[in-house]
Design a binder for this molecule. Structure first.
Ligand SMILES: [Zn+2]
Length: 234
C-alpha cells in the first residue's frame, strides 16, 4: 500500500451538527468577481438527504473556493487547504479518501479553526461571553479565551444552507484574525476595514456578497498569529 502524503490543513471547520441531521437547504449559487451572488434555483428549497457528510462536502467545497480566492491575491500564492473535522478526526481523507486523525498540536497559531454548532442555544460559550461577543441576531461569534481564540458558526441561525454557514464561518474567521495581542477591537470586521458584504452584517446569510475587499482583508491578515481554541477538540 502506497504511503499517502497528508496535506497540512490551514483552515479547520468542526462540523458539529447532530449526526442525525438529514435535511438542509440546498440551492445553487453563482459568485461573480465583484462579489455579487445569484441564487439560480429560485427560492424553492429542496431538502436533500445525505446527512452531515453530504452537508460537510458542500460546505468544504464552498469554503475552499473562498480561501483559494484569498490565496490568489497573495504573492507568493500560498496553498490554503480547508478541512472539515469531527472532533479530532477528519470527515474526508486526502488523496486516498480515508479520514484520518489529528492532534491538537497540528493546529498552528497561523491556522484558523471554527466550530459549527447547531444553534446559539448549543454554544460552547458562557452566557457572559455571548453577551460580550454575540450581537442580537448574530449567526456566530468569536472571542479570545485565555487558551485560544474561539470562533463559532450556528447552523440554524445561518439559514441551514452550506452557503449561509460558509459565509458565517468566513465572517467569524475574519474576527479570528483580529490583532488581539495589540489590543485591536474585533469590531473592525464590521467597518470599512472588513470590506463590506459578508463582513458588514452580523448574520450574512447565503446571499451576502463576498467582496474583493473581504478577500484583501483576509489576505492581509494571514500571517497574524492567534492560538486557536482547541480545548473542545476530542
Ligand atoms: Zn461580526
Amino acid at each position: 500500500m502506497a504511503m499517502i502524503q497528508r496535506k497540512r490543513a490551514d483552515v479547520y471547520v468542526w462540523v458539529d451538527v447532530p449526526p442525525g441531521i438529514n435535511t438542509y437547504s440546498h440551492s445553487r449559487y453563482s459568485y461573480a468577481d465583484d462579489g455579487t451572488v445569484m441564487e439560480s434555483v429560485g427560492s424553492a428549497r429542496t431538502l436533500t438527504a445525505g446527512g452531515v457528510v453530504g452537508f460537510a462536502g458542500l460546505l468544504v467545497s464552498r469554503l475552499q473556493n473562498m480561501f483559494t480566492d484569498v490565496a490568489r491575491i497573495v504573492s507568493p500564492q500560498p496553498n490554503i487547504f480547508v478541512v472539515c473535522i469531527f472532533g479530532l478526526r477528519t470527515v474526508f481523507g486526502d488523496d486516498d479518501n480515508d479520514p484520518y486523525q489529528l492532534r491538537p498540536a497540528d493546529i498552528l497559531d497561523t491556522d484558523l479553526l471554527c466550530y459549527i454548532r447547531m444553534s446559539r442555544a448549543l454554544t460552547l460559550a458562557s452566557t457572559d461571553e455571548l453577551a460580550r461577543a454575540a450581537f442580537p441576531g448574530a449567526a456566530g461569534f468569536t472571542i479570545p479565551r485565555p487558551t485560544g481564540v474561539l470562533s463559532e458558526a450556528w447552523f440554524t441561525e445561518s439559514g441551514g444552507s452550506p452557503e449561509g454557514v460558509a459565509n458565517t464561518i468566513f465572517h467569524e474567521l475574519m474576527h479570528n484574525k483580529t490583532r488581539f495581542a495589540h489590543g485591536e477591537n474585533a469590531i473592525w470586521v464590521h467597518g470599512p476595514q472588513g470590506g463590506g458584504g459578508l463582513a458588514a452584517a452580523v448574520n450574512p446569510g447565503p446571499l451576502a456578497a463576498f467582496t474583493l475587499a473581504n478577500k484583501r482583508a483576509m489576505a492581509s491578515r494571514l500571517s497574524v498569529r492567534n492560538k486557536q481554541f482547541t480545548d473542545a477538540l476530542r
